[in-house]
Ligand binder design. Sequence first.
Ligand SMILES: [Zn+2]
Length: 487
Amino acid sequence: MSTRQTSVGGVLGKRGALATAALLAISLAATATACGDDGADASDHDATTSAASGGSTSAQDGTDAADTGTASGSGPSSDSDGTDGSGTDATGSDGAMADLGLARGITVIGIGVNQGLEVDPAARYSVTALRARDTMLRVYFDVDEVSWQEVSPNGRQLEARLFLRVDGIEQAYLEQSKLVRQDSEEATLNLVFSFEVPAAVVEDGLEYRVELHEADLAYAGLPSAEVDPVFPPTGWTRLDVPADAVANRLRVVMVPLEYEGNCEPTATFDDAYFEQIRFTVHNMLPVSELEFSVREPIPWTTPVTGDSTFDLLLPAVADVRAQDQPDPDVYYMGLIDICADCEDCPAGSGYYAEPTLAAAPFRASIVVHRDDLARVANSAVHELGHNHNLQHNPCSDFVENPGEVLPDYPHANGLIGVDGYEFATDSLHDDASTYDVMASCRPRWTSNLSWTRVRAHIQQLQSAVLAQGPAPEREQLFVSPGVVVCR
Ligand SMILES: [Zn+2]
């Protein structure tokens, strides 16, 4: 057997990679964003983000330190009087723009935190942050419509600065400039400031603080604001990152099946194909570490023409797993193109598996290729959900088989409960119109119930793996698992 393996420790994609690179760069030299000094070509979609200043071990010049508050030890600047800027900026003397002071006529009303699912520890089915996972912070604001319209009827360029510190030590600040015309809208990402906080700094002890600054010299002389556009109003906000007993680790081996049945497959199971599945699995499930590899393909010569022949696929994947003898926490997922791109064909099948070492043989599933790769990736998450003992959830327009539906699903019509966020497309999955990934309605994303149950399952399984010691005993206790076929 041979595999191509990738391991991911929190970086979700190109946007995350950029943010990480930017943050890492701070230890070498402070950088500055381009000044938003004209705004002439800015649009609601235009926003730039970069890292600046900070860095607990790097030598900073006095200007940088003053700008982030490290010199005084009292946190970032909070002067509302633009004249107090005194020409300080993120880079000091290298010619960057002057600090124009805190923005006027605008209030920060809150910060949204999302790691693929909205973090809300206080809610029912509480979603707490995972350490070492990319995290979106969104800055919501209200403008004072009267003065805003009067002073800048076409909007004006502002700069949001996000300051981060861990255990009281400043890490960096990220900044983003944007043309602001009106109140932010939670459902419209292009009307909010959005920061992607790299996984490397997401840990217990992380605190953040946001300031909005003027970024257009034309508005430098405005009178001071009555309420500073900073959040929190004083001090810092701590991100609740519980210390898990073990890593939130998921290990998946993809098994391509080379179909030689009754048709000529057209799917190309190449790196790009598997990358989308990997990315989606990481985005939709509560994991900090995803080990994802692709096994050598196996041939499949039995024509898949109906339920009885389809039902042969899942045990075959389990057999491959048994032959390979992987660690007990490794999930095997078969992938086959049976040339059937129809609504009635099964999308996949999987075993229910308890979070025990003994259930290892049943960490197996099969996913059917469709022309819509996003749908395939979504089905992969769904089958992993079954492997994490999740049942189907009810939704409004699909009748499930009796006994396969969770009876106490808490959200009406199988909706997800809180907003999801897709890093690949920088898009929200609205809790009012998105169904749980274990439902059969679409579009689907992970609900807070499924998220918390998978997280608990991962913690139990990884604790069992840790407890078994360095020489794992691969038990083959064949309990009777449930099998589910998904349409
Ligand atoms: Zn299913």
